[in-house]
Design a protein around this ligand. Structure first.
Ligand code: HPA
Length: 274
């Protein structure tokens, strides 16, 4: 069975449309510890992933596992609190079903966020990084297999995966709010182990500024679907081998907790301009 089939996408979208009058134009995917934004929506309905046909379950701590549909800053949004990862054992195509469904519901712009390890030595934990581009090093691709031309072209262009326009919007909005954001390249790996110091050296040589275990498949599917994308990483820790200390999911969650106010104010200010 393929999860990128029109029948499955339409059935899932029809279920969500039956639960609310909200017709989202903006999609938000909130990474580890960043889900608090879901509390800010008006006229909202919250639907656990377990209730949504064909959705997998979110198994990671810090990922609530629910879709919130509602209004935020005058925009109708579909907000994912928690996402699906390939390291949970799901196929790339299945982890990205929500993006196909968002497209079917009318989403035109997607904000993807994540927690990531800082590779660039000029970064520090707590920094926010606008994603300028990515390296798909997961060894997987959600578009592998037969292509349905109704969903997108066989060979989608990725030369501006992360919209230049939206990158400028995020940077200028941050400076209006009085803080600077970094801008850099996100390397997406399969996980679930954190990288070795040697792998981090390799990734730095390859041009990566940050590393994580999500996002790249979602962005590939969004671009295939013709959705404009912007990405923000929260640098939750320095990547392996940079500091003389082990990495842990607790540290990732703690840093996300510390930056959440700045992150929320940035997203709220960016939304009307998306
Ligand atoms: N590596 C990979 N994924 C991550 C990291 C990291 O250091 N921090 C948060 N997600």
């Amino acid at each position: 069975m393929t999860y990128a089939s029109k029948a499955i996408i339409d059935e899932t979208a029809a279920y969500l449309a039956s639960r609310t009058r909200i017709r989202p134009e903006v999609g938000l995917i909130l990474g580890s510890g960043l889900g608090v934004l879901g509390d800010e929506l008006d006229d909202s309905v919250t639907i656990p992933y377990a209730d949504i046909p064909h959705f997998p379950m979110s198994t990671v701590e810090g990922h609530a596992g629910e879709l919130v549909l509602g209004r935020l800053q005058g925009r109708q949004v579909a907000l994912m609190r928690g996402r699906f990862h390939m390291y949970e054992g799901y196929e790339a195509e299945r982890t990205t079903l929500p993006i196909r469904v968002m497209k079917a519901l009318g989403v035109k712009t997607l904000l993807v966020t994540n927690a990531a390890g800082g590779i660039n030595l000029g970064y520090e934990p707590g920094d926010l990084m606008v994603i300028s581009d990515h390296l798909n090093l997961t060894g997987r691709n959600p578009l592998a297999g037969p292509n349905d031309n109704a969903l997108g072209v066989r060979f989608p262009d990725m030369s501006e995966a992360y919209s230049r326009r939206l990158r400028e919007v995020v940077k200028s909005t941050a400076s209006e709010l009085g803080f600077a954001v970094k801008e850099g390249i996100y390397a997406g790996l399969l996980g679930p182990n954190y990288e070795t110091p040697a792998e981090i050296c390799m990734l730095r040589t390859l041009g990566a500024d940050a590393v994580g275990m999500s996002t790249v498949s979602e962005v590939i599917v969004a671009r295939h679907s013709g959705i404009e994308v912007m990405g923000i990483s929260c640098i939750s820790n320095m990547a392996a081998g940079i500091l003389d200390q082990p990495l842990s999911h607790e540290e990732v969650m703690e840093t996300s907790e510390k930056v959440k106010e700045r992150f929320i104010s940035l997203v709220m200010a960016v939304l009307p301009k998306m």
